[in-house]
Write a protein that binds this ligand. Structure first.
Ligand code: PLP
Length: 367
């Protein structure tokens, strides 16, 4: 098989070992005679897969006992509606929700939330073209916000929070809600500092179709009456994510990824690798006048690295040459342009090395 490195932002690269195991188990899972896709979600085989996945995820992220782990459908975009529908009911209506606008994805969250609450954009880096995260001491948080929403890794713009913002003092204990779709499991996180963490799986967890939500228990049970039952966290939690049929195969693959992460040494070990991978790429981009990354150094994403060729007329030649070398899906998001390398957990160091080698060679040839 051809060796390629896939830099897609999502759906994205999965660990080879996981794909291989899934292939081996495709027709007959553990002697059951069935594929996981064919199993009842209420049968003992799938329940054992589900329980192992939840247990391994709790271990990896050290999820405190007073948090529920839900496997939902709807993706990150679905959560943009599901979160307000479940949280604003704790306040008198219309409730205020604070948002930190750091890029495309928090922008989408803001737009959707306006259907359910009064939005206060407490800080925005839009004027800086999302090249930095507004410093915490500039945020204008509301006194009585239902919650504060942050996107801790902006997949399109390439900015990442390098710390967990403390919002308690200004807001009177508003829970912090984080869209971690594109960097969950890439670095340790203190779950107890968040009210809700959510993420679609197809960036750093598994295949598209399953959405993870980690929710502090006291925030469950306040859904608005308009909230669809399948997205009411209380119903979903009471039914162990099986109020409706969950995306069983996606949960199974996510579970294999969790086992793989444990074998790699867990999240702290992954973080060290991710730091090394990101440093290799950013250091090279910073060292030449041929390419550039425009993000402030203290908020550069370790997962999604947008970059530009200073001579944009070379873009097509750059992408064609990359493809020839098996370096795939490097084209930047259409709203930003240029290139983007997504280097999630499953991207090996060698893949980033191969990209940097190509960057050098292309520069030599064309510069
Ligand atoms: C990809 C992404 C989403 C959207 O995910 P969907 O599964 O398409 O709904 C939301 N937030 C972030 C940060 C993302 O990277």
């Amino acid at each position: 098989m051809t060796q390629v490195y896939n830099f897609s932002a999502g759906p994205a690269v999965l660990p080879k070992e996981v794909l291989k195991q899934a292939a081996d188990e495709m027709l007959d899972w553990h002697g059951s005679g069935m594929s996981v896709m064919e199993m009842s979600h209420r049968g003992k085989e799938f329940i054992s897969i589900y329980e192992a996945a939840e247990r391994d995820l709790r271990d990896l992220l050290d999820v405190p006992a007073n948090y529920k782990v839900l496997f939902l459908q709807g993706g990150g975009i679905g959560e943009n509606a599901i979160v307000p529908m479940n949280l604003v009911g704790r306040k008198t209506q219309p409730a205020v929700v604070d948002f930190i606008h750091t890029g495309s994805w928090s922008g989408k969250s803001i737009k959707e939330a306006k259907k359910y609450c009064t939005v206060n954009v407490a800080a925005s880096s839009e004027k800086q073209k999302f090249s930095a995260i507004p410093p915490r001491d500039t945020w204008k948080l509301s006194k009585d916000a239902a919650y504060v929403h942050v996107c801790t890794n902006e997949t399109i713009d390439g900015v990442e929070f390098q710390y967990t913002p403390d919002v308690n003092a200004d807001t009177g204990n508003a829970p912090l809600v984080a869209d971690m779709s594109s960097h969950i499991l890439s670095r340790p996180v203190d779950v107890s500092k968040y009210g809700v963490i959510f993420g679609g799986a197809q960036k750093n967890i598994g295949p598209a179709g399953v959405t993870l939500a980690i929710i502090r228990e006291d925030l469950i049970g306040h859904a608005l009456s308009i909230c669809p039952s399948a997205f009411d966290w209380k119903l979903v939690a009471e039914n162990h994510s099986m109020y409706n049929t969950p995306p069983t195969y996606a949960i199974y693959i996510a579970g294999l990824v969790f086992q793989w992460l444990k074998k790699q040494g867990g999240i702290a070990a992954m973080e060290q690798r991710n730091i090394a991978k990101a440093a290799l790429l950013y250091d090279y981009l910073d060292s030449t006048g041929f390419y550039r990354n425009d993000i402030a150094k203290d908020c550069r994403s370790r997962m999604n690295v947008p970059f530009f060729l200073n001579d944009e007329s070379l873009n097509d030649a750059f992408l064609a040459g990359a493809k020839e070398r098996g370096l795939l899906q490097l084209k930047g998001h259409k709203s930003v342009g240029g290139m983007r390398a997504s280097i999630y957990n499953a991207m090996p160091f060698e893949g980033v090395q191969a990209l940097v080698d190509y960057l050098k060679d292309f520069e030599k040839k064309s510069g």
